[in-house]
Design a protein around this ligand. Structure first.
Ligand SMILES: *Cc1c(COP(=O)(O)O)cnc(C)c1O
Length: 444
C-alpha cells in the first residue's frame, strides 16, 4: 500500500445523517453551548469541527506528514482465522496497533496538538486511565513542541508503569490523580486520602487546570464530534483498500469505549450506505459490565463525575456510575459519543454487549490464527467478528466482515496472565448501581 493512499480529507457523518445531534448544554445554565463557552478548553478549529456540516475536512499537511509515519495502516484478511472457524465468511481487519504507541488514539492526538500549536497554546492537559490516550497525546506533544500534562488514574499509575514511562520518555508530565495540585483533587483527598482515583476525577483535574490559564487547553481522546471526524481516516483508508481487494463489507464492527474507533471505521461506510442506499450493517460492541448503549438511557448527562463538563445527549449509565474493574480499561466509561448514540436511536447502528471472558477467549483464538495479541478493548471487536463469521457459517452466507483492530496488547500482558491463570471473572450487569447513578442525572 503506497503512501498516496493516505487520505487528504477526513469524513464528517454530520453531512449525511438524517438529523443533527442535539446541541451540548452548558453545565451550569443548561443552555445550548456557544463557541465562546468552549474556547477556554479547546482550540477554535476543533470547536468549529464540532458543529460542522461539511462532508469533508482537509487534513493539514503537517498532520499528514506525521500520519505517514504509520499510515495508511494495513487492511488484512484473516484467512487463517476463517479456516480455523471453517466459515464461508471473509474476515478483514484494519490494524491500528501498528501506530507508534500501539492504538488508533494518535489519529486525533496529532491534529488536536497541531490546532493547539497554531493558536500558540503552550500546554495541554488531559486525563488517562490505563495510559493509551496519555501516551498518544504525549507523542503528539513531543512532535509539535507542546507541553503535555496528564492526570493518570492513581491505581493505573501504580499498577501499570509501562505506558506511564512512555509518556515520561516523550517528555510529558504524568501526575497520579487525585492529586493535591487542584481543588477537585484536594476535595477528593480530604474525604478519602487513599482514593484510587477514577477517570471522572482525572477529567475534573485536567479541566480545572485548563480553565485557570489562558495559555493552557484541555484535550479529550474520544466521545466528541471532532474526535470522530479525525478517526474517520481509518474508514476512509478502508474504503479504498477494500475496493483494491475487490470486496465491500456487509458488516462493519468496532468496540466502543467512548465510540471513537468505531465511529472512525464505520462512519465513512455509513455515509455511503445512506447516500447510495446500501444495506451495510454496523455493529458496536461494548462490555456487559459497562453496557451504556444496550442498557443505558438516551439523555443529557455530564462527561465527568464532578459535573464540570458540558452535558451531552448520549447513551449513559449515569456520570456517577463507577464500572466494575474489567481489564478493558478503555471501555470503562459511563457515556457514549453523541453521534454513535444518535446512529443507534435512528436504527442505523446495532449494539451488542459481551462479558470479558468470552472476549479473552476470542482474543486467544485470533492470536493462535493470526499471531497478534490484542488489547483487552480490541478483544470485544474480535468476539463480535467471530460471532458474525459463525452466524454466516450457520446460514451458509459468504458474508464480508470488516472489523477495527483498535490496538495491540503488548502492554496489557498482566491481563492475559490473569486470564490464563483462571483468575478473571465476569461481572453481572450492575443494575442497582446503574439505577442509582441514573437518578443523579439532572433532568433538563
Ligand atoms: C481507548 C481505546 C478504545 C476505546 O475507545 P474508543 O474511543 O471507543 O475507540 C478501544 N481500543 C483501544 C486499543 C483503546 O486504546
Amino acid at each position: 500500500m503506497s503512501s498516496n493512499h493516505l487520505p487528504t480529507r477526513w469524513y464528517n457523518i454530520m453531512a449525511d445523517l438524517p438529523e443533527l445531534p442535539a446541541p451540548g448544554l452548558h453545565p451550569v445554565t443548561h443552555k445550548p453551548l456557544t463557541p465562546d463557552d468552549l474556547a477556554a478548553l479547546f482550540p477554535m478549529e476543533c470547536i468549529m469541527q464540532e458543529v460542522s456540516a461539511d462532508r469533508y475536512i482537509d487534513i493539514p499537511e503537517e498532520v499528514r506528514e506525521i500520519y505517514s509515519l504509520w499510515r495508511p495502516t494495513p487492511l488484512r484478511r484473516a484467512r487463517r482465522l476463517e479456516k480455523m472457524l471453517d466459515t464461508p465468511a471473509k474476515i478483514f481487519y484494519k490494524y491500528e496497533g501498528i501506530s507508534p504507541v500501539g492504538s488508533h488514539k494518535p489519529n486525533t492526538a496529532v491534529p488536536q496538538a497541531y490546532y493547539n500549536k497554531l493558536e500558540g497554546v503552550k500546554q495541554i492537559t488531559t486525563e488517562t486511565g490505563a495510559g493509551q490516550w496519555g501516551s498518544a497525546l504525549a507523542m503528539a506533544g513531543a512532535f509539535l513542541d507542546i507541553n503535555v500534562k496528564v492526570y493518570m488514574v492513581k491505581v493505573s499509575y501504580n499498577l501499570k508503569p509501562g505506558r506511564r514511562l512512555i509518556m515520561q520518555s516523550f517528555g510529558a508530565t504524568c501526575t497520579p490523580s487525585p492529586s493535591t495540585e487542584t481543588a477537585s483533587g484536594r476535595a477528593i483527598l480530604d474525604q478519602d486520602p487513599d482514593s484510587p482515583g477514577s477517570l471522572g476525577i482525572a477529567i475534573s483535574e485536567a479541566v480545572e487546570v485548563a480553565m485557570g490559564d489562558p495559555k493552557v487547553k484541555y484535550s479529550l481522546g474520544s466521545v466528541l464530534n471532532h474526535v470522530l471526524i479525525h478517526q474517520s481516516v481509518i474508514g476512509e483508508e478502508a474504503i479504498e483498500q477494500m475496493q483494491d481487494a475487490g470486496v465491500y463489507p456487509d458488516v462493519v464492527i468496532g468496540c466502543i469505549g467512548g465510540g471513537s474507533n468505531f465511529g472512525g471505521v464505520a462512519f465513512p461506510f455509513l455515509g455511503k450506505a445512506i447516500r447510495e442506499n446500501r444495506n451495510t450493517r454496523f455493529v458496536a460492541i461494548e462490555p456487559s459490565a459497562c453496557p451504556k448503549v444496550t442498557k443505558g438511557k438516551y439523555t443529557y448527562d455530564y462527561g465527568d463525575t464532578a459535573g464540570l463538563t458540558p452535558m451531552l445527549k448520549m447513551h449513559t449509565l449515569g456520570h456517577s456510575f463507577v464500572p466494575p474493574a474489567i481489564h478493558a480499561g478503555g471501555l470503562r466509561y459511563h457515556g457514549m459519543a453523541p453521534l454513535v448514540s444518535l446512529g443507534k436511536e435512528l436504527g442505523l447502528v446495532e449494539a451488542r454487549a459481551y462479558p470479558q471472558l468470552e472476549c479473552f477467549d476470542a482474543a486467544l483464538t485470533f492470536l493462535h490464527a493470526e499471531g497478534i495479541i490484542a488489547a483487552p478493548e480490541t478483544s470485544h471487536a474480535i468476539r463480535g467478528a467471530i460471532d458474525e463469521a459463525l452466524d454466516a457459517k450457520e446460514k451458509g452466507e459468504e458474508r464480508v466482515i470488516l472489523f477495527n483492530f483498535s490496538g495491540h496488547g503488548f502492554l496489557d500482558l498482566t491481563s492475559y496472565q490473569a486470564y490464563l491463570a483462571g483468575e478473571l471473572q465476569d461481572y453481572d450487569y450492575p443494575a442497582e448501581m446503574v439505577e442509582k447513578a441514573l437518578q443523579e442525572v439532572p433532568a433538563v
